[in-house]
Design a protein around this ligand. Structure first.
Ligand code: GTP
Length: 264
């Protein structure tokens, strides 16, 4: 979606890259690495941190939720635990997201990408009103892509892999945005096993045959259901620690945006 006033001579609007994933999957490290990569290509991104509870950010954020909402104060003031504190902080921040949008709009001639790091616990963002408000605000103004970060090294069991894929699929349904699966931590284990599982049902079945539980039967059926999800899914293997796979990552981002714009 081109921003208002964008004519043929205007520069392309920035692409918003929303980085989501399970706790510890490597979201923050990936945002750090993507930021460094874009700087090295003379294309500095606009970086937004939406995690109010992060101790130290390893990248310089242009907008940091922690500058606006003090998560520990919110916990004290509203008598909340850690998760309630994070959700409430995000809600408070979402009420001012129109200001964030204005900042991004001002930067649209200078930044090709807006990178957005989200809270550690994925459901805080994907299943909260504020996460929906923020996602919709971004996606209604700028081309936007969801990047689901998967910890490949923790997805080597077919059942764990399947539950990760079901989660990814639910986020695709929830956001209805172009979607990229970033298989992270490929320095620990190559992601080819997971790609094979997605491409060849029988290889996945063979892996599952080692398990004989109710869950494995369910997983067998689920893998058939997910076939359609897999066939249109954009997958890229990355190592946020080593910085590998990032050129391919940005190729997938461009493809995802182009396909989405052609379809809608
Ligand atoms: P939370 O915000 O705490 O949920 O985590 P996160 O998803 O932002 O992950 P983070 O970037 O904090 O990384 C979690 C751990 O995984 C850290 O110890 C990272 O050093 C490690 N890590 C992240 N990416 C990679 C990677 O590509 N390879 C390896 N080996 N470790 C990684």
């Amino acid at each position: 979606v081109a921003p208002a006033g964008a004519g043929p001579e205007s520069p392309a609007p920035p692409v918003c890259v929303l980085v989501l994933g399970m706790a510890g999957s490597g979201k923050t490290t990936l945002v750090q690495r993507l930021t460094a990569h874009l700087h090295s290509q003379n294309s500095p991104p606009y970086v937004i941190n939406l995690d109010p509870a992060v101790h130290e950010l390893p990248f310089p954020a242009n907008i940091d939720i922690r500058d606006t909402v003090k998560y520990k104060e919110v916990m004290k003031q509203y008598g909340l635990g850690p998760n309630g504190g994070i959700v409430t902080s995000l809600n408070l921040f979402a009420t001012r997201f129109d200001q964030v949008m204005k900042f991004i709009e001002k930067r649209q001639n200078t930044s090709q990408y807006v990178l957005i790091d989200t809270p550690g616990q994925i459901e805080v963002f994907t299943w909260s009103a504020s996460g929906t408000i923020i996602t919709e605000a971004l996606a209604s103004t700028f081309p936007s892509v969801v990047v689901y970060v998967m910890d490949t090294s923790r997805s080597t069991s077919p059942i764990t892999f399947m539950s990760n894929m079901l989660y990814a699929c639910s986020i695709l349904y929830k956001t209805k945005l172009p979607f990229i699966l970033a298989m992270n931590k490929t320095d620990i284990i190559d992601h080819s096993f997971a790609v094979e599982w997605m491409q060849d049902f029988e290889i996945f079945q063979d892996a599952l045959n080692q398990e004989t539980t109710y869950v494995s039967n369910l997983t067998r059926s689920m893998s058939l259901v997910l076939d359609e999800f897999y066939s249109s899914l954009k997958v890229v293997g990355v190592s946020a620690v080593l910085g590998t796979g990032l050129d391919e990552f940005f190729v997938k981002v461009s493809e995802a945006v182009d396909e989405y714009e052609r379809e809608y």
